[in-house]
Design a protein around this ligand. Structure first.
Ligand code: SAM
Ligand code: SF4
Length: 327
């Protein structure tokens, strides 16, 4: 599927739940966010139906995210059913790593080996402060177990001024001996209304820190749909990425659609949901009608995140928590 800016759209990210067992302060308030009743969430049958229709339209990549995807009951069953759909060359998961250890053998068996793990600090206390939970040891253990089991890990760290900029180099150093991509993300104002004004530590600031520490840092070419500027340090096993999520410098290669846990389709992270596909399905439409709707949504995909933000019905200050969008 091509949008009106000739971008090939073949990647869907689905938030399977808006619930989470952590409370990362850049994502949601300490008390959490009001949860959708379970009946409002897309059922697994509905998700599989959507994936099949999208697969027929040329989608090849799916990522399950949340909230914390492993918190949803029987998440593994959804993965099993997805693995049976031929269209998806790769199935990806984004997780905070607190609940997935026991599922490693099953994930391996299903061939689901591409996992993004969120770790914002290598300092136990700072990790606790950021996530408001004391799970650092468990998450690091999961990280090492996944690496040892041959999973392809991308580590995501949101970098915030005055909070964890001192973690940039220690985190980047994980790429020295581990074949993992360590990616630094600009903070975005998706925190469930907790904090309105962000003092930005920009992608440029992050790159400056990296170049200061690694004088021989090399820029790697971008691949289809990459949001990260990829960098490499000679002889390091993994790469380093910087994601300008707030500066939005990667929109011209965007290849994705997002579906929230309650079925809101976002054709851009910065729009406020362009269509509710759950209600459409529950009204009894056919697969052809669903496919037609996706074609229309992709055709209308905005040029970039700034355009999408301008088109919002709700004010920018009402940007949701990332846990309902999926990141
Ligand atoms: N719970 C899982 C996790 O944390 O990886 C999956 C969902 S989480 C919403 C997906 C990604 O969004 C995480 O990498 C997280 O760091 C990122 N994220 C959440 N809020 C953000 C914000 N305000 N700015 C930038 N990234 C954010
Ligand atoms: Fe939970 Fe992920 Fe949001 Fe942290 S970023 S609160 S782990 S959904």
């Amino acid at each position: 599927m091509r949008d009106s800016f000739d971008r090939s759209i073949d990647y869907v990210r689905i938030a399977v739940t808006d619930r989470c067992n952590l409370r990362c302060f850049y994502c949601m308030p300490a008390k959490g966010i009001p949860h959708e009743p379970r009946a409002h969430l897309l059922s697994y049958e509905e998700i599989i139906r959507l994936l099949k229709v999208l697969g027929q339209l040329g989608f090849q990549k799916v990522r399950f995210t949340g909230g914390e995807p492993f918190l949803r009951k029987d998440f593994i069953k959804l993965l099993e059913s997805t693995a049976e759909i031929e269209a998806y060359k790769s199935i990806h998961i984004t997780s905070n790593g607190t609940l997935l250890q026991k599922h490693i053998p099953k994930l391996k068996q299903l061939g689901i080996t591409k996992i993004n793990l969120s770790i914002d600090s290598l300092d136990k206390e700072r990790f606790h402060k950021i996530t408001r939970r004391d799970d650092f040891d468990k998450v690091m253990q999961t990280f090492h177990l996944l690496v040892d089991n041959g999973f392809k890990i991308k580590l995501n760290a949101v970098i915030m001024k005055g909070i964890n900029t001192q973690d940039i180099i220690p985190l980047a150093e994980l790429a020295k001996d581990n074949p993992v991509d360590v990616r630094f993300i600009e903070e975005m104002p998706f925190n469930g209304g907790y904090k309105k004004n962000i003092e930005m530590y920009s992608a440029r600031d992050i790159e400056t820190d990296l170049k200061g520490h690694y004088p021989n840092l090399e820029k790697l070419p971008k691949k289809h749909g990459d949001t990260a500027s990829l960098l490499s340090v000679p002889d390091y096993k993994g790469n380093i990425g910087v994601i300008a999520a707030f500066s939005r410098t990667f929109c011209n290669t965007c290849n994705r659609l997002r579906i929230s846990s309650k079925g809101d389709i976002k054709s851009c992270l910065y729009d406020d949901g362009v269509f509710n596909i759950r209600d459409y399905m529950r009204a009894g439409v056919s697969d052809e009608q669903l496919a037609g709707k996706f074609l229309e949504i992709v055709r209308l995909k905005p040029k970039d995140g700034f355009e999408a933000e301008k088109m919002r019905k709700a004010p920018a200050a009402a940007l949701q928590s990332m846990s309902s969008i999926g990141g």
